[in-house]
Write a protein that binds this ligand. Structure first.
Ligand SMILES: Cc1cc2nc3c(=O)[nH]c(=O)nc-3n(C[C@H](O)[C@H](O)[C@H](O)COP(=O)(O)O)c2cc1C
Length: 229
């Protein structure tokens, strides 16, 4: 069994990770995925409670989720984020400006006019097909856990994204799933006692896609570091 392991320096995995929104129609070996998840679960968590649960969706389950969200006829701006409110109700600067920058860069790559709401919605809907990835992951936590579990799941997710890179795979973390949690959970068969936090596309990137070279910027260190002596 070849799990395509190529050990790369952690810096390289971090620097080469980007949110990939177009995938090749190439299946993902389940042994490879399990090995990634197992290693990722070495992530720290408060009191080692390991609050994460992962639902692995194959093509049929992805199609079910996609159809359910599409069929709900709820537009993303009307979705209610009932279980996990990822974004603020009102964006203020500098967050608003940064959000606009990445949105505009993405729509420019896709050739979508910024005023073309219908085309933007159509692209956004692709979130629920995991952007064509062969596998989609949905991350949940027990309703018995508090907000601390969200931090733990975030670290676990970052591990998955970096390990995936070292195996020639790419990912896209997707909060979009939390916007439609009841619809998504129903279609994916996720128990009511679990809170849906986030999704993640994982697969082989389509490097010829117009969005493939979208490299996002980062604010300079001076904007977000304060030294207290
Ligand atoms: C928790 C989380 C949720 C995200 N949700 C989405 C999403 O629903 N759809 C999407 O296309 N990108 C999503 N992203 C990707 C971000 O837009 C992306 O990480 C950011 O623009 C920085 O770009 P980079 O990941 O390519 O460096 C999400 C990222 C994170 C960390």
């Amino acid at each position: 069994m070849n799990l395509s392991v190529r050990v790369i320096p952690v810096d390289e995995a971090i620097a080469s990770r980007q949110a990939v929104r177009a995938y090749l129609d190439r299946s993902l070996d389940m042994d490879l995925l399990h090995s990634i998840l197992e290693l990722a679960a070495r992530a720290p968590s408060g009191a080692n409670m390991q609050p994460w649960k992962v639902h692995v969706l194959g093509k049929k389950a992805i199609a079910r989720v996609f159809e359910a969200v599409k069929g709900s006829k709820i537009s993303p701006d009307r979705a209610n984020w009932e279980e996990f409110k990822y974004y603020p109700s009102r964006f203020v600067d500098p967050f608003l400006a940064r959000r606009r920058e990445v949105g505009n860069a993405l729509y420019d790559c896709l050739g979508i006019d910024r005023r073309d709401i219908a085309a933007k919605r159509l692209h956004f809907l692709q979130n629920y097909a995991f952007f064509g990835a062969p596998v989609g992951l949905l991350f949940t936590v027990s309703r018995n856990m508090e907000e601390g579990a969200v931090l733990d799941v975030g670290m676990f997710m970052q591990n998955i994204m970096l390990i995936a890179r070292s195996r020639g795979l790419d990912t896209c973390p997707q909060a979009a799933f939390a916007a439609f949690s009841s619809v998504v959970k129903g279609a994916a068969g996720i128990p009511e006692g679990e809170r849906l936090l986030c999704g993640m596309a994982i697969g082989y990137a389509d490097r010829c896609h117009p969005t493939a070279n979208l490299k996002t910027s980062r604010a300079p260190l001076g904007e977000w570091v304060s030294v207290h002596e």
